[in-house]
Write a new protein. Sequence first.
Length: 194
Amino acid sequence: MMNSKSGFIALIKTITDLPPGQEDKFKALLSIKHIKRGGFFVKAGRVSRNIAFVQEGLFRYFYTTEEGVEFTKGFFDSRSVLSAYDAILENNPAHYSIEVLEDAIIETVDYDKFRQLFSEDPCWNEFLVALLQKGYVTKVRREREFLLMDAEQRYRTFLKRYPDLEKRIKQHIIASYIGIAPESLSRIRKNQVS
């Protein structure tokens, strides 16, 4: 059961008008979870049917190769929405993991129960479309960075996009986000200081 204040509902209200009856129905679907640093919201190879709103904490989406090499797809801080939406749509296990980098509190909703609200009011479609548009823009921006920028430019872009993150996460995670080895990141950082 949720308390009367929900960050997820507050986020939805910034995107669409939410009728009181729909707000109550959505609130009834929510549950709060606490996840410790090092835990997972989604693990690669497992099915996840939940969508979550981050009240507190920091997460990263990442892929792992068969050799154990990690590629960080993105970071999600407070007021972000988490899901393995592609896996939910395809009803498949996730191809990537969503790891907790800092102790977190999230509001979760089962997607199948949430989906039942869609036929009741167009506000839910508006909300989902807004989330998907934001995700699409993020995906295209990341592709552009990898196709058109060198590693140093990607690092500077990371610092601009996530100004406080460098002090909160390990260097190998930053390196995996910009697509280079940790040693290469050390050289880039050293060159920027000189």
